[in-house]
Design a protein around this ligand. Sequence first.
Ligand code: COA
Ligand code: AMP
Length: 631
Amino acid sequence: MGRYNSVYDRWKNDPEGFWMEAAQGIDWVTPPSAALDDTNPPFYRWFADATCNTCYNAVDRHVAAGRGDQPAIIHDSPITESQRTLTYSELQTETARLGGALQELGVTKGDRVLIYMPMIAEAVIAMLACARIGAVHSVVFGGFASNELAVRIDDCQPKAVIAASCGLEPNRTVPYKPLLDGAIDLATHKPEAVILKQREQLSATMIEGRDHDWDAVTAAAAEADCTPVGGADPLYILYTSGTTGKPKGVIRANGGHLVAMNWTMKNIYNIDPGDVFWAASDVGWVVGHSYIVYAPLIAGCTTVLFEGKPVGTPDAGTFWRVIAEHDVKALFTAPTAIRAIRQVDPEGEFIAKYNLSGFHTLFLAGERADPATVEWAAEKLNVPVIDHWWQTETGWTIAGNPSGIELLDIPIGSAGVAMPGYDIRILDEGGNEVEEGTLGAIAVKLPLPPGSLPTLWGADDRFQSSYLKTFPGYYETGDAGMKENGTLKIMARTDDVINVAAHRLSTGEMEEALARHPDVAECAVIGVADELKGQSPVGLVCLKGGTNRPHEEIAAECVTRIRETIGPVAAFKKVGIVARLPKTRSGKILRATMVSIADDTPWNMPATIDDPAILDEITVTLKALGYARES
Ligand code: COA
Ligand code: AMP
């Protein structure tokens, strides 16, 4: 661990010097005189006295440096059987035009713009155009329903919305416009303008006066220059699931994000300018923000934008086809995607069909990487398979394997070592550090590094109560784990967040939606083990006295309710109706015990349980849903 240790120690001994040096990789309008502003703890700001523009660093500076003809984005869509390449020069023109169109609609520095788009080049152009004019974007994943969109519209109050007419799932076209119109109807805040990209697969109905056609407004617009913004000014807001129904608006600030993104491409991913990098995620998630859009472009790479699934579009060889065809050097995806491929192609026959000689590394994140999947991928692909752990809040790796500094020999099952910027501690309930090999809450000593969240949008108090209250002086990650031989093992969440196909979802939010069903008295949603998706949600519902409608009908309505309020991405398909829920004597629902029963993992009867007999009915119900097979 020679080189890694010396880089980590260099950061630890002189964080200010470390980040000021990393800041030299950025083209500033006014360079920072200092890295950290810690005058108002716990609200830390990075590169606060600098001015910069993120779009300039992601696009214009590469054109100015003579890379204008290099592909910036390769859009590969097996769903539409089409491909499109945009060079850096073309991307500059497109972002400048859309930026101009936004300005003509009255959007200025600091205004919010909500983006609701599928995986098409226009989604990236929209994000960069906002960055260009100093507007703050908030991208909402296409798998969320109107209600989720409405909650976000009311929270960030966008002046404009940028959307597309539809998304394309393998089995259906998803009309986005009715979902958007429904959301604007539901929301109290009304955006002034919508810019809509009509896709040829489905044409959306436009609302006169409010809606504008993307092609028409960009053709007519003057090209916008890059607006200088402060280093601590927000670049974007990305909502993520918390414990309650209200998602948290994670803020990313321009200066720290630029420095961090640029630093990670070489040091963590070992990617150089001109290399092709592919994050097989969606622009609606943090992986998409950081590693489809910002980091590869800031570092002058070519990024692949993939509209498809790992299997079925058209087959389990589609990832390897993309890698071979576009000369992808590193792929970043979720373990679920590899599990899906392995289920269909256990012998890796598709892998053998493609020339993967230019492919160097597979990076996995977003959920626990199970050893069987990692071993399969390493054997079949014959490249290092690197697990790394991070979250929406940090925007980049907390622990991983810094392959551009030194490829460490990390045991399978471990997420790696702390990255510079992160002083990781495992704490017990009293906030004391535990010994190596002991499970505890994973916390990071404040301040968090550049690129991580400075606070939550419009919710300083919630930022403090969600992350900083439990362990004073530390950021609480919400994950539990342990250190082993200096590396970090991630075991489970400590809150009600579950991870379904690497999508972060809140069981609390699902419970709130179910509780609004007129026949539901109370309910619990638990995350049970799922072979493909890691976890999947299961609802256990008690009905109001006097309800005599068929249980199957109510269960089906519960499934529809979650799909319509949260969205198909919740993948909520199983509901059991029970007479009562197991609780402690003080009334707390024993969710963890129900998870253990469903997963057939050992559990002890909670000493505080009110009535142990209730667990018999829970076991029978879970069995009927296909779980608790060995109970
Ligand atoms: N817009 C609208 N609907 C969407 C959507 C989008 N952008 N993305 C997903 N959905 C829908 C799907 O169509 C599906 O609906 P259905 O219940 O009608 O079938 C539902 O949301 C669940 O989607 P998904 O989790 O993708 O499951 P799937 O069964 O369609 O596919 C996998 C299974 C394993 C192929 C898929 O989960 C996958 O590719 N996972 C990789 C994980 C990943 O990339 N995560 C990103 C974070 S790094
Ligand atoms: P998100 O904010 O959607 O990126 O989800 C972050 C959460 O996903 C983390 O807090 C973890 O619970 C989980 N996660 C992400 N990466 C990993 C990993 N490599 N191993 C285990 N869990 C992970």
